[in-house]
Design a protein around this ligand. Structure first.
Ligand SMILES: [Zn+2]
Length: 113
């Protein structure tokens, strides 16, 4: 289950931040998990609940945003939302697309005490 290793990395990151910015507790975390990031937000939440027990993030509220998959269509010269990574442009059916988002897995916001 790779969500678990992701959560361990997230916790490492939080601990590093807490040393750098001298806080003791995390009260709120906001993550962005792109539609194509291959991470299940529920599994991520569950894994994080396990990993953070008795750590600085114990009890923190966790919010997960899911940015949609975006591509740039060369034919339309426009950014489009796509339901799947390999789907053609929904407007013109074109295949000359470059990924523009939806793969991200990032820590967006942190509230600390
Ligand atoms: Zn197009």
């Amino acid at each position: 289950m790779h969500e678990l290793s992701l959560c361990e990395r997230l916790l490492d990151l939080l601990q590093e931040e807490s040393r750098r910015h001298a806080f003791r507790r995390v009260t709120r975390i906001r993550l962005a998990v792109g539609q194509f990031a291959c991470v299940d937000p529920d599994a991520l939440r569950f894994a994080f609940d396990v990993v953070r027990r008795d750590t600085l993030a114990d009890g923190a509220a966790v919010e997960i945003d899911q940015p949609p998959g975006l591509v740039w269509c060369e034919d339309c010269g426009c950014e489009r939302r796509v339901p799947e990574r390999l789907a053609p442009c929904p407007a013109c059916g074109g295949l000359r697309l470059s990924p523009r988002g939806g793969d991200e897995l990032t820590l967006v916001e942190l509230e600390v005490a």
